[in-house]
Design a protein around this ligand. Structure first.
Ligand code: E4P
Length: 219
């Protein structure tokens, strides 16, 4: 399973990259705004900075247009920025048309804001490279996000769709483990959820004991 980090914060992206487990980055307009990145050129420059940190990984850059022509124009500009850019397109009617257009042109896409298996099926039929079901936001409204991941993995397996299931809106480390159990291809997570996977009290106790015993005969 691939690990993407869901942020536009360059320090966090560097930290995840240095950990050695980072396969890519997803951003969205809210995450860019959180970092204070505004203005068309600044936004484009920021995507290039991210690409230069994550060597070889896919970097999702989201369009803000909602009509076919606008999505295509924006997406082509984003894709031309850097070979690692994946055009992130919302799950709307013109978005689906644009997914098909980009797919025919060999431009990678990530279909975002997916909340149902039917939407995921449409994204796959349109040739999306990735589909992003938002599991945390579903959990927030008392609907199982994990169940959606399981359903999409089953449907894609039934028909051999190549679209990768990118579990998004991850909130905590168990979301990551559950998505791995369900067969998600990718998880995109905050850095805190990735580093939380490190923790176990028995690891801390065990390491302390090993070091203590070493010190007994080496001091
Ligand atoms: C996915 O690509 C989105 O950027 C993201 O996972 C949304 O997560 P949130 O629900 O934490 O905003």
């Amino acid at each position: 399973m691939k690990f993407f980090i869901d942020t536009a914060n360059l320090d966090q992206i560097k930290e995840a990259q240095e950990l050695g487990v980072l396969d890519g980055v997803t951003t969205n307009p809210s995450l860019m705004a959180k970092e204070g990145i505004g203005g068309a050129q600044n936004i484009l420059d920021h995507y290039v900075k991210i690409c230069n940190i994550v060597k070889g990984g896919d970097i999702s850059a989201e369009v803000i247009s909602t009509d076919f022509k606008g999505i295509v124009a924006e997406g082509e500009k984003l894709a031309a920025l850097h070979p690692q850019i994946v055009v992130k397109v919302p799950m709307i009617k013109d978005g689906v048309k644009a997914l098909k257009y980009f797919s025919d042109k060999g431009i990678k896409t990530n279909c975002t804001l997916v909340f149902s298996a039917g939407q995921a099926l449409l994204a796959a039929k349109a040739g999306a490279t990735y589909v992003s079901p938002f599991i945390g936001r579903l959990d927030d409204v008392s609907t199982s996000g994990l169940r959606l991941i399981e359903d999409i993995v089953t449907i894609y397996g039934n028909y051999g769709y190549e679209t990768e299931v990118l579990a998004a809106s991850i909130r905590h480390p168990m979301h990551i483990v559950d998505c791995a159990m369900a067969g998600a291809d990718v998880v995109t997570c905050p850095l805190s959820a990735i580093t939380a996977l490190l923790n176990h009290p028995l690891t801390d106790v065990g390491l302390e004991k090993f070091l203590e015993d070493y010190r007994k005969v080496n001091s």
